[in-house]
Design a protein around this ligand. Structure first.
Ligand SMILES: CCCCCCCCCCCCCCCC(=O)SCCNC(=O)CCNC(=O)[C@H](O)C(C)(C)COP(=O)(O)OP(=O)(O)OC[C@H]1O[C@@H](n2cnc3c(N)ncnc32)[C@H](O)[C@@H]1OP(=O)(O)O
Length: 209
């Protein structure tokens, strides 16, 4: 049982745009923090200002990240998602589209905050992106589910700071189980990471169960 409530407020367009702009500035702040070379006194002064800004935002704190309305496409309502969520400063964010062919596609660039080995993307970050994209491909097949298994194969290092592409597709559905596969490719089109996964729709979400 999660400590975060399932019920969510829905953001209007203006509020979603304003909070997304805020998250974009915080993303820049995170990268500036990792890369800054200002001295210790300046770092301490900035930390104090950020503490005050955090207190201003927390003055209107919600119990859980809000959703945005998304009509039929319930999979893109989680604006606080750590991969795709414009509202989440930890998300790159990866913008995804679902094609009529069932393939989920996206383009994204990862900054140095996602570094694993020097100058390359952390393997856990690649796995997180693929989990999301394969999960959306499973949902696009009509059977959304929770990740039961996720296998990643790291073919070559994934570079930071250059455009990457990701895509995934559901391969088969067996009852509540959906199998999907996908890749991340570098700017040269070569695959850097491959993944396969199996998602299971929890029994409690099965319609009319
Ligand atoms: C509708 C839900 C919301 C979705 C909204 C969609 C939003 C739009 C897309 C967004 C995309 C997000 C992408 C990120 C998705 C995460 O990150 S999900 C978070 C990570 N995953 C988890 O935390 C899952 C934790 N595990 C669980 O909750 C439960 O174990 C599961 C996976 C739901 C299965 O529970 P269950 O339905 O009670 O399973 P159960 O009836 O015991 O078993 C059913 C069958 O599955 C097999 N099985 C069960 N678990 C496993 C396993 N881990 N490995 C292999 N086989 C297994 C059983 O052996 C059984 O097989 P058969 O006997 O039928 O052959």
């Amino acid at each position: 049982m999660s400590g975060i409530p399932m019920e969510r407020p829905l953001l209007g367009e203006d509020e979603a745009a304003a909070l997304s702009a805020l998250a974009a500035r915080v993303r820049e702040l995170a990268e500036a923090t990792v890369l800054t070379a200002v001295g210790t006194a300046e770092a301490a002064a900035v930390a104090a200002e950020i503490e005050a800004l955090t207190a201003r935002l927390a003055a209107g704190r919600r119990d859980a990240p809000p959703f945005v309305p998304s009509g039929e496409r319930r999979m893109d309502r989680q604006i606080g998602n750590p991969v795709t969520g414009a509202l989440n400063p930890l998300a790159p964010p990866v913008e995804l589209t679902v094609g009529s062919d069932g393939i989920v596609r996206g383009e994204f660039t990862l900054s140095t905050v996602y570094e694993g080995p020097p100058s390359y993307v952390h393997g856990g970050v690649s796995a997180m992106v693929l989990d999301q994209v394969l999960g959306m491909a499973a949902a696009a097949s009509g059977t959304p589910g929770m990740t039961a298994t996720l296998e990643t194969r790291y073919r070559r290092p994934t570079p930071l700071g250059v455009p990457l592409s990701v895509e995934a597709k559901a391969s088969r559905v067996e009852g509540r189980k959906v199998y999907a596969s996908g890749t991340i490719c570098g700017p040269d089109g070569r695959v850097t990471v491959e993944a396969t996964a199996m998602f299971i729709m929890p029994q409690r979400f099965v319609p009319h169960s």
